[in-house]
Design a binder for this molecule. Sequence first.
Ligand SMILES: Nc1ncnc2c1ncn2[C@@H]1O[C@H](COP(=O)(O)OP(=O)(O)OP(=O)(O)O)[C@@H](O)[C@H]1O
Ligand SMILES: [Mg+2]
Length: 358
Amino acid sequence: MALLSEVVIRDFRNISDQRLKFARNLNVIVGRNGSGKSSLLEAVSVLGTGKAFTGATASDFVAKGCQSSMVTGTVEFAGCRVAMGVEKTRSATICRVDGQAVRSASSLAAYMPLVSLDAQMFQMAANAPAYRRGILDRTLFHVEQGYLVLFQRYFRALQNRNQLIRRSSKDDELRYWTEEFVTQGEELDRLRRKCVDRLNANLRMYVDLAALGDVSLVYAAGWREGTSLADALRESRDREQFLGATTVGPHRAGLKILLNGFPVKQTTSRGQSKLIACLIAEAQVRALENNGGESPLILVDDLCAELDRDSQERSLTLLLQENRQVFITAIYGDDLTIPSSSYDVRKFHVKHGVFSVA
Ligand SMILES: Nc1ncnc2c1ncn2[C@@H]1O[C@H](COP(=O)(O)OP(=O)(O)OP(=O)(O)O)[C@@H](O)[C@H]1O
Ligand SMILES: [Mg+2]
């Protein structure tokens, strides 16, 4: 498992200078509204991905009045200790692993994979389709070598194709980018379907523990079922010329979440949606583990709100399995039920960006 044993955070939102040592399993961050709980999770997310999980940019999180934010950490990974660091100014990101600059932030994920559960994930059923598709892509970036390159090639072909359609081009260039679009698109589709199968198999394993009923994912490719992508493009030619954009393909794919056969959006309460999000995150984590990878860190922002004690315990049991390292935030941490006394647990209180071990 990847283990973040320590972080140092400087000038990140309201955290000016903090060094924190973490427990191997569960780290609970407790504090009032606006104290700095989510900021800590965001800082960890920046260390692991170069980005904040909420989508906040450096202009949002570099502390007011400062030029840059810095997050460094010690990660135990595959039996080695690795020093990682990310410095963010409003215009640049510098990532380092063991003192050496690494070119892209995606190299960080190789040392510290992480899965985040935040308000967006908890409302995933109501979110835009792109967010749910992203669940598959974020899993695949970790489990399929080369997925990032495939993904980038597909979107480059899509962009080029769209430009040529807008120019009403009918020449070799459009033919070239259409072929590239179809090749990368069909491969993307194949891998996403495989990912959905894996996640569904994982979801079935813990459905009893979540005590919700059957949760499953249904993927729709983004073009007519039973047709090749090349044929679907031919069928949509008039429409794409009218709209000036490619109207079929994996960028239009859908992912439905079903509870007992019904779409989650219409049938679940907020607490149930939260448990479903935990179950799906667990399925993602297990997909990484089954692929021979290290267990990722799991970040959960505001787990307890809307969950009764039983659901809190179930969700923590789900996420903590296999000795994973989990970080959760809570406004009140006193009534939290820790599923097993064998877990290494540390609770932090935070006030105005200053953390103390409870
Ligand atoms: N760039 C910034 N510079 C300084 N302070 C900031 C910056 N961005 C956000 N803050 C402040 O940091 C504080 C902590 O925010 P954070 O989102 O971590 O709170 P929280 O403990 O998660 O609260 P809640 O319980 O409401 O979710 C807030 O008061 C916020 O206004
Ligand atoms: Mg918060």
